[in-house]
Design a protein around this ligand. Structure first.
Ligand code: ZN
Length: 420
């Protein structure tokens, strides 16, 4: 058992008792009432739910800074896809560990990923102590042979992750996008999602170019096209980006309970546009936050995403009252947990013990009264302790599960291979 004593949680000073992987009690807890208890002094700290990043390509940490300031298609075709062709399981493993170090240090406890070489990713996630939903990224480029291969891989990886039998790691299906995946593939993805009861993680409506590609081919906007063959029926979908949407598409998103992964920094950096988040919120659509990969962000610090989502929509709508601080914080916690169907994102008894502690003795967190405001508008993401699934993963800034120095050394080594 772990007892966090006298910590600021849910608006007041209380204790948090953790038993197994869950929060057993929040309130006044006497150590004597329980046997073997590890105490964490919460006196100077605030406890918040671990953040949930709903759109990542974790191994892309190794692509950080390689190709900035380019259009999306040029960025993908000339830099990212050629480097990805050199990846192998070992490179992906070290890239993932680097990402895990970065996420843990910035208060993220769960991420929703789409990539390749899932054995390497899963191994790193397992060792790091993080929680993750992993999807194999499928692209068939409308080729039948590729389609068969991709579907086989996707199913193989679902079974691989199920067989790991690790409650922190769950499988998902990751068709890349409607402009890179055939209708036949997408129909099969819907069938597989129902067969294995796993969510679908897909890129939707990121750029005007890609929407034009889908429209030229099908005569329909992406959400309308996918809906026309039942892609959203009977499944849970996390749609990354959703930048350019027609009213009719928003209607479908609402009807089909689509979860949106809003990636404002990636969308700004690649000049894709700005997602109509206030409009989606008004329709009651679940908004979550993602960083996207480090090729287009260039970090995994979800606190930056919280701040940008809170200020960006105010600026473009000339309205300072929209996307309030608490709402933006919920994007990264509660809403993310809802999208991934995990009992986390809030600090409540019976919930998963995914808890982040922040030492309040930081200049940008004073005066201490309006902490939620500080966490959204003033904080840089530098957290102190991280507990995931009831285990202490970081204590006073030191990660206990990963050899950080070794990860940095290996990251450089792997980068040299990718550069060729
Ligand atoms: Zn992405």
């Amino acid at each position: 058992m772990i007892l966090i004593k006298n910590v600021f949680v849910n608006g007041k000073r209380q204790d948090i008792l953790i038993e197994g992987n869950k929060i057993k009690k929040i309130g006044e807890v006497k150590k004597e009432d329980y046997g073997d208890v590890e105490i964490i002094d919460g006196e100077k700290k605030i406890a918040i739910p671990g953040l949930i990043n709903t759109h990542t390509h974790i191994p892309m940490t190794l692509f950080r800074g390689v190709a900035d300031d380019l259009p999306l298609m040029e960025w993908l075709n000339n830099y990212i896809w050629p480097m990805e062709a050199k990846l192998n399981e070992e490179i992906v493993y070290w890239g993932t560990l680097l990402g895990c170090v970065e996420m843990i240090k910035s208060g993220t406890t769960t991420f929703n990923d789409m990539y390749f070489f899932l054995e390497g990713i899963a191994k790193a996630v397992d060792e790091s102590g993080m929680r993750a939903v992993l999807a194999y990224g499928m692209i068939d480029l409308f080729d039948e042979e590729k389609r068969e291969k991709e579907l086989k891989n996707a199913e193989k990886y679902i079974n691989y992750i199920i067989d790991l039998n690790n409650s922190r790691i769950k499988p998902a299906l990751g068709p890349h996008a409607p402009y890179t995946c055939s209708k036949e593939l997408l129909i099969e993805v819907n069938n597989l999602a129902k067969k294995y009861n796993v969510p679908i993680h897909i890129h939707m409506n990121e750029t005007l170019d890609e929407i034009k590609m889908v429209k030229d081919k099908t005569g329909m906007e992406p959400f309308i096209y996918l809906n026309s063959f039942g892609f959203f029926d009977g499944v849970s979908v996390i749609a990354a980006h959703c930048v350019h949407l027609t009213d009719e598409e928003i209607k479908i998103m609402k009807e089909k309970n689509i979860n949106v992964s809003h990636n404002p920094i990636s969308n700004l950096k690649l000049a894709s546009g700005i997602a109509p988040i206030p409009k989606l919120l008004a329709e009651g659509i679940n908004i979550t936050l993602g960083t996207d990969g480090c090729g287009s962000n260039n970090n995994l610090n979800l606190f930056e995403e919280i701040k940008v989502s809170a200020i960006l929509h105010k600026g473009v709508n000339l309205n300072p009252t929209i996307v309030k601080a608490e709402e933006a914080f919920n994007f990264a916690t509660k809403n993310g947990a809802n999208a991934l169907n995990i009992k986390a994102g809030e600090l409540k008894e019976g919930y998963l013990a995914d808890i982040v502690l922040i030492n309040l003795d930081k200049p940008y967190l004073y005066p201490k009264e309006n902490i939620t405001s500080h966490l959204v508008y003033a904080f840089n993401g530098c957290v102190d302790d991280v507990i995931i699934d009831g285990k202490i993963v970081m204590r006073d800034g030191e990660i206990l599960t990963i050899d950080e120095e070794k990860v940095y050394e290996k990251a450089e080594e792997m980068y040299e291979i990718l550069r060729g």
